[in-house]
Structures are given as structure tokens and as C-alpha cells.
Ligand binder design. Structure first.
Ligand SMILES: [Zn+2]
Length: 457
């Protein structure tokens, strides 16, 4: 049993003062208001901080962290997702399991330091360079599990099915060969990984996209395994056109009619959704995972977040390609995309929640959607929820002297990770005063790996 006293705590959309939280086995046992801090040295207390639920990062490809900044130059008349993808495939041929572990650990370190407590790893690297399987099919999945354990971030592991180059069934080649598993191999991999599931690891299912897996195979896998399932749904217009040309249906309708859509589905990137798609997603109770900084960086466009939230949709966020791992900045981009489109301010807030403040509004929405997308019972400071918290430091220059209700707003519009003082995952303090206890080592390994990769690239 441990006790936390907070001067301020964000509880169900409201900032409360003088809150005592008791946790046991990583779960909140009680939340009460008391008159003042208990006179007890064992109580965790950080003066003038706001205790908040930490965030779930609902879309990640850990290894891509090492590629940030390497494709920011023109290669032709129009650079886009597809030219970025060529670099990614080129990059893949040099990555050893050890490299993947070091890069992923570093990405996870940055995540916890910026206020994330869990990550949904959309993990599609399964094979050796050239496509040969490792003797242990789950080797690279185990590398991811170990990286998460070393950092202390909770993991929603989503091994990915990837089987073809396009909807016409063309075979994979080049970098894609590291991804491919047929349905039997995938089922074997998935079953072998079940042994790792526990308090800090949930095993889910992921389909790369309707482009990369035939519909009949998706159906078979989903019927056999079921439960939480993530899919890249509509990132690219060209991808959508290829799917329409082959199946005669747009991606969302194809998935909904061909496999079924329900609250188990987390749909990554809704950039190509029209109003009808959005309504269909909301009606089905499926989750939309937006990755605003990656979508901006790749020139993907953005989803109609405003309309989606107005209909009551479940929204999560992900740092995806990790062009910049910064939780508040990711949320800022989500809001700013709508401001630029609509020429309005404070778009993703409504008047009834958090006195209309953007920060509290948007956090409460992402807490709910992120918990669903990562299958983690958190996002709320109430008995029975996981003790996954962050402490927002009211002593930071951008927050000091402001009333706490302005703190989450300020965190989002001036997204400095140093505002996040502490992060707790499952009752364990992972970040203390901005630092992780294995930070030096993780950074050293990342630098060593980057040096080696940059010499080869
Ligand atoms: Zn992705």
C-alpha cells in the first residue's frame, strides 16, 4: 500500500484540492479529500503539482525513432509518404535485434518522460533481412517486451499481420520481407507471446492495413483470435484508390461490411474519412487513433477531429513514427489542425467540461479513448483504476502564479516536457524529478547504435 498526497488533482474533469490517494498492487484503492498533508514521511508528495492520470500512447513503431530528421529534403517534384517509406525500407536492412532494442528503449524513455504511461506497439518487424524467419519467430517481439520492461512503460503489444505489397496480391519485396507472416505463422507467433501477458503487458491483434492483408485472411485471424484489433485504416489517398479499384469499396465500408466493426477496433489515421465514415465509426463504438505530428510530418492530412468528437467518438493519440516524442505537443497539433482549418480558437473543447478549458477537455477525452485503445484500465483517479499518474509541475516558469485550471492549457500550448515532473506506472515511480534511473545507459546505447547506423546509411 502506498499513499500519495496532492495539493491539486484532476478528477473527472475537475481540479480538486488536498487529495489523498491510496494505491495497492498498482491499483487505486481510495481517493479522499483531507484537510492537509498527513505528517508521514512515507507519503509521496510534490509541492504545488497537479496530479493527473498519465496518457496512453496508442500507436508506435519504436524503431522509426532513429529515422527522425533523415528524410527532410526534396528527392523529386513531390515528396510524400511514399518517398519517406522508401527510406524506411532502406533503413530496415541494417537493423539487428540489438539495434531495434536500443532504439525502442530510447523511444520509450522519451515517452515516459513526456507523460505517457503505456504504449501500443504496432509491431511489424518479425523476420531477418531478406525475409528468413528467426529460429524463434517471436524474437523481435521479445526485444520489444524487454525494451518496455527496462523502461517500465506498460505495453500493449500488437504483432502485425502483413502479407502483400498491394490489394491486387502482389508479393512483398525488399524491406517488406521483414514483415511477412502467413496466417498459420502469425497464429503461432501470437499464441507463443501469450505467456508474457500480465499487469503491464496486454497482447492484442493488428492488421497492417486493407492494402497489405487480403480481406479473407483478416476475417480468419479476427474470428480465431478476436479482442482488441488495431489497423491502419485510411492514411493515404493512393492506398484508398487501390482498395476501391480492387474491392469496389472504400476502406472503412469494406472493413465494416466484410469483417464487422465494433468497440474492439482501433482505427489508426482517419485522414481519408468523410462524414459518413465518421458517423459509422462512432455508431460502432470503434476508436479513432490520431497521430497528429506524424500526419503533419508526412503530409498525410488530418482527420475531422471536431466532427468526430461532437458525435461522441472515442479518440486516442499516438506518436507513430516518433518524429518528435512529446505528449503535450502531439495534443497541440491535434487542436491546431482544427484551428487552421476552421479559423477559430479552442475548437476541441465544449463548454460543459472543465469550464470550457481546452486542456482538461481534450485530456479527459483522450484518457477515455486511449484506455480503450490500449486495453488498460486507467485514465481516471478513482478506486479500481490503475495507478498510472503524472505530476504536472506548477513551479515551472510557464505555470507559476497561474491558477491550476490554466496549467493543462499551458502545458498544451507551450509543450515543454520539463513540466512533467514525475510519472508513475502501475504504482511504480518511473520518472522522478524528470529523470529515469537507467537514463544514462539507455541514452548511451542509443548513441552507440545511431553512430553505427549513420556510418552505414
Ligand atoms: Zn503506423
Amino acid at each position: 500500500m502506498s499513499k500519495i498526497f496532492a495539493d491539486y488533482a484532476l478528477i473527472n474533469g475537475q481540479i480538486k484540492e488536498n487529495i489523498l490517494v491510496e494505491t495497492a498492487n498498482g491499483v487505486i484503492d481510495s481517493v479522499v479529500n483531507i484537510s492537509k498533508k498527513p505528517n508521514d514521511d512515507s507519503v509521496i508528495y510534490h509541492k504545488n503539482c497537479l496530479l493527473m492520470p498519465a496518457l496512453n500512447n496508442s500507436h508506435s513503431h519504436g524503431f522509426q525513432r532513429a529515422m527522425a530528421g533523415l528524410s527532410e529534403y526534396r528527392q523529386g517534384n513531390s515528396d510524400n509518404f511514399w518517398s519517406w517509406r522508401n527510406l524506411m525500407y532502406h533503413f530496415l536492412q541494417y537493423l539487428t535485434p540489438e539495434d531495434i532494442g536500443h532504439i525502442t528503449q530510447y523511444a520509450y524513455l522519451e515517452m515516459v518522460k513526456s507523460g505517457f504511461c503505456s504504449v501500443a506497439e504496432f509491431h511489424y518487424l518479425h523476420n531477418q533481412n531478406g525475409g528468413q524467419h528467426y529460429d524463434n519467430l517471436g524474437l523481435l517481439s521479445e526485444v520489444i517486451i524487454e525494451a518496455a520492461q527496462n523502461v517500465g512503460i506498460a505495453l500493449t503489444l500488437l504483432p502485425v499481420v502483413y502479407q502483400q505489397a498491394n490489394p491486387r496480391g502482389e508479393e512483398c519485396s525488399g524491406g517488406q520481407l521483414r514483415f511477412t507472416l502467413n496466417n498459420d505463422q502469425y497464429m503461432r507467433l501470437w499464441q507463443g507471446l501469450q505467456q508474457y501477458a500480465g499487469d503491464n503487458m496486454h497482447l492484442g491483434l493488428a492488421i497492417h492495413s486493407l492494402r497489405a492483408v487480403p480481406l479473407a485472411h483478416i476475417k480468419q485471424i479476427y474470428q480465431n483470435i478476436g479482442g482488441l484489433c488495431h489497423i491502419h485504416i485510411g492514411e493515404q489517398r493512393r492506398e484508398e484508390e487501390e482498395i476501391v479499384a480492387h474491392y469496389g469499396q472504400r476502406p472503412l465500408n469494406l472493413l465494416a461490411d466484410g469483417v464487422g466493426l465494433n468497440k474492439n477496433w482501433a482505427l489508426v489515421h482517419g485522414n481519408c474519412f468523410d462524414d459518413g465514415d465518421i458517423k459509422r465509426v462512432v455508431d460502432a463504438g470503434a476508436i479513432l487513433v490520431a497521430c497528429p505530428l506524424t500526419e503533419a510530418n508526412l503530409g498525410d492530412g488530418f482527420c475531422k477531429t471536431r466532427e468526430f468528437l461532437q458525435l461522441g467518438g472515442q479518440l486516442a493519440i499516438g506518436t507513430d513514427s516518433h518524429i518528435h516524442i512529446n505528449m503535450p505537443h502531439e495534443i497541440q497539433m491535434l487542436e491546431y489542425a482544427m484551428r487552421l482549418r476552421d479559423k477559430e480558437r479552442v475548437v476541441l473543447a465544449d463548454n460543459n467540461i472543465g469550464q470550457g478549458h481546452l486542456g482538461i477537455n481534450i485530456l479527459e477525452k483522450i484518457y477515455r479513448g486511449g484506455a480503450l485503445a490500449n486495453a488498460r484500465h486507467n485514465g481516471c483517479i478513482e478506486r479500481g483504476f490503475r495507478a498510472d499518474f503524472l505530476w504536472l509541475n506548477g513551479n515551472h516558469r510557464q505555470l507559476m502564479h497561474k491558477k491550476p485550471i490554466f496549467w493543462p492549457d499551458s502545458m498544451i500550448v507551450t509543450p515543454d516536457k520539463n513540466m512533467i515532473r514525475n510519472v508513475m506506472v502501475n504504482g511504480q515511480m518511473i520518472i522522478d524529478n524528470g529523470l529515469h534511473n537507467n537514463e544514462k545507459n539507455i541514452k548511451k546505447n542509443y548513441q552507440k547504435t545511431m553512430k553505427k547506423l549513420m556510418e552505414r546509411l
